[in-house]
Ligand binder design. Structure first.
Ligand code: PEP
Length: 254
């Protein structure tokens, strides 16, 4: 049985003080254990420390994630963040391959694969994003497109436990647009992702890897996605920026 995961991607929102405030709101809304739901928040890198401090001082079980990482250990890579720097701030998850990083910053599947390997070497769980554009979807090529992304992003990865890796299926046309994929759309691609993960890692591991849906997920529609067999949770952008709406999604999953 896979635990559900609800992960919040705060993107480039919240100053240091605002991030601390949002984290305080979340620990008030979600005290103690969240049972069968793993909750992760991914603030901007500059805010990780503020959020880590709030989480540490609470009894909450919310985990901390980053939104990006560089694959080198250290050195002359101005502006980048190494995996051990994330570890030192308490991050245990990191989003990679988000469509905004692929689209605006030119990240390739090869980069994403290097990031996944670097994170795994530091025991940080990648939340690896994939998803097609509207053009690809309208051409009916979305399943094969996403399957190719998964194959490239996982090339040469070795996992010893399913909890070491998370996939987020985020159709680009549904991100931040208010247009949601239907639960059936999500299931179609998430089940193809799981079949691909089975080919790559074997059934035992792949059956335990969480595959999330992302794209305008909110309290009103989360239950429909979670009811699908291969959708194990959500990566949430806009609706993760308010403690009450994010907590409502977690509670809907509990
Ligand atoms: C995201 O960017 O990961 C995302 C899913 O955003 P939104 O929920 O705002 O569509």
């Amino acid at each position: 049985m896979r635990n559900t995961m609800i992960a919040g991607n705060w993107k480039m929102n919240k100053t240091y003080g605002e991030a601390a405030e949002l984290a305080q709101g979340l620990v008030r809304e979600l005290p103690g254990s969240t049972g069968n739901v793993d909750v992760v928040v991914c603030p901007p890198t500059i805010d990780l420390k503020a959020v880590a401090a709030t989480l540490e001082q609470s009894d909450s079980s919310i985990a901390l994630g980053a939104q990006n990482v560089y694959w080198e250990e250290n050195g002359a890579f101005t502006g980048e963040t190494a995996p051990n720097m994330l570890v030192s701030l308490g991050a245990t998850y990191c989003i990679i391959g988000h469509s905004e990083r692929r689209g605006y910053f030119g990240e390739t599947d090869e980069d994403i694969n290097k990031k996944a390997k670097a994170l795994l070497a530091h025991n940080i769980v990648p939340i690896s994003c994939c998803g097609e554009s509207l053009e690809v979807r309208e051409a009916g090529k979305h399943v094969e497109f996403v399957v190719e992304q998964i194959k490239a992003d996982t090339k040469g990865l070795t996992l010893t436990s399913p909890s070491q890796y998370v996939v987020a299926y985020e159709p680009i046309w549904a991100i931040g647009t208010g247009k949601t994929a239907t639960a059936e759309d999500a299931q179609e691609v998430c089940s193809a992702i799981r079949a691909t993960l089975r080919d790559i890692f074997g059934a035992e591991l792949a059956n335990g890897i969480r595959v999330l849906y992302g794209g305008s997920a909110k309290p009103e529609n989360i239950a429909g996605f979670l009811a699908e067999e291969d959708v194990d949770g959500a990566l949430v952008g806009g609706a993760s920026l308010k403690a009450d709406s994010f907590a409502a999604m977690v509670k809907a999953a509990m």
